[in-house]
Design a protein around this ligand. Structure first.
Ligand code: SF4
Ligand code: SF4
Length: 217
């Protein structure tokens, strides 16, 4: 059947009218910040204390955009006759975000939880060299990494958290015992109760009172 003349135009206008009345989904960035999911792959943060310089991330990175330099340090033996040990000390850790393709492999393979995703994405530069973030900058990103999601109810407590909790509880108990002991020492008559032998001063004289008969005064 031959199309009615002008039907295409009417169809197009109908679509225009329909979309004109719908709410726009355009985000007016940068005036309005986008509401990104917390696990967005924005930038990579480095938690340097956890890094053992094992080089796994640099080796597995498909873009070869992780640069790590380190040197070895000898740790003296803990006891006489013991063996000296050596450990890697990090000199440089940098990621070139001009090359990075945000695959997340480095974060997945790190065995020591030293790399994390942060949802921050506002680090565009006019000079491409500035997109190589050195360790200080990567550390700064760590403070923008969101907390991990809560564990399922009834899930087993992670062993790191259990160990930290036990250590904190032990420390709190020790501090409470010390505070209680200090309170006891400060309590009136504590000296005599503790058998120190120093009698309290006689009222108005500042001199120690002589012991009464029986020695219980
Ligand atoms: S996210 Fe992927 S490309 Fe980027 S540094 Fe990590 S492994 Fe390399
Ligand atoms: S894989 Fe992890 S621990 Fe190993 S060098 Fe990379 S960041 Fe450091």
């Amino acid at each position: 059947m031959a199309p009615i003349p002008g039907s295409g135009l009417a169809k197009g206008l109908a679509v225009t009218l329909r979309t004109m009345t719908k709410k726009s989904h355009t985000a007016q960035y940068p005036d309005a910040q986008p509401d990104l999911p917390p696990r967005t792959r924005g930038v990579i943060g480095l938690f340097e204390e956890n890094c053992t310089v094992c080089m796994l991330c640099a080796r597995e990175c498909p873009d070869w955009c992780i640069y790590i330099d380190s040197h070895k340090e000898t740790i003296p033996a803990a006891a006489p006759g013991g063996r000296e040990r050596s450990r890697n000390v990090l000199d440089r850790f940098a990621i070139d975000f001009a090359l990075c393709m945000y695959c997340g492999i480095c974060i997945e393979v790190c065995p020591f939880d030293a790399l994390f995703w942060s949802p921050e994405f506002e680090y565009a530069e006019t000079d491409i060299h500035e997109l190589t973030h050195e360790r200080d900058k990567l550390r700064e990103w760590m403070w923008t990494v969101p907390e991990p999601p809560a564990l399922d109810p009834g899930a087993e407590e992670p062993k790191e958290i259990a160990a930290a909790r036990k250590a904190a509880e032990k420390l709190a108990a020790t501090q409470a015992a010390e505070a209680a002991e200090a309170d006891r020492d400060r309590a009136p008559g504590a000296d005599r109760a503790a058998g120190s032998g120093t009698p309290p001063a006689a009222p108005g004289t500042g001199e120690p009172q002589p012991p009464t008969e029986g020695g219980t005064a």
